[in-house]
Ligand binder design. Sequence first.
Ligand SMILES: C[S@@+](CC[C@H](N)C(=O)[O-])C[C@H]1O[C@@H](n2cnc3c(N)ncnc32)[C@H](O)[C@@H]1O
Length: 217
Amino acid sequence: MRMRKKKHGAERLAACAHLLLPRPEVPMTDPLAPFAREGRVCLEIGCGKGGFACGMAAAHPECNFYAMEKVSDVLVLAAERAVREADTRPDNLRFVNGDARDLAAYFAEGTLDAIYLNFSDPWPKAGHARRRLTHRAFLTSYVSLLRDGGAICLKTDNAGLFAFTLEELAALGMPPVWQTDDLHASPEAVDNVMTEYERAFSSQGMPIHALRVIVKK
Ligand SMILES: C[S@@+](CC[C@H](N)C(=O)[O-])C[C@H]1O[C@@H](n2cnc3c(N)ncnc32)[C@H](O)[C@@H]1O
């Protein structure tokens, strides 16, 4: 997500510090600790402006959510939204100002229940395939962070990225338990929480591809 440098971005992010996960000295073996409450632990990678993370946290008070974003000037918008909407949910949302490449520095193996990838950058050039968040190297890192029975959930408008993801999953022997080429026409549309990109693409009439993988260990 390209964005003009935010004026006072650092100060604005500092004002949301109570919602930010500091980089731990060692990976967290108990990602429930910052919440001081029970519940599943879910992570969105590349949360953008935070519409999905805030919406899911409000719709699922029984769960705890982390939302990771590598661009600080984008993360600040998500965190400020979470502050504004704090009275719509319990204290079940934290933000990670970091890159998916460093996930293992934050979370210990087998500690997460679900990972969400929403409208990840498609990196269409073949030479950039390793940058895609569904390249097998990333998928393998997600599997190690998830518990047995944990889920990887993906939504995208991009047919190329969707096809690539299916190939990578097949290569790892992890076929989706569910997939669709038109999420909004599927039964899962009822519980679907839309992202900012999803609203923009679907308002242009573009179908949304989605899939879910359950990790077996
Ligand atoms: C196309 S935007 C989608 C934003 C949001 N998920 C949505 O659906 O509206 C992709 C976002 O992922 C972030 N991102 C890309 N690669 C990332 C990485 N390696 N780690 C963390 N965030 C990343 C980008 O900065 C951008 O904000």
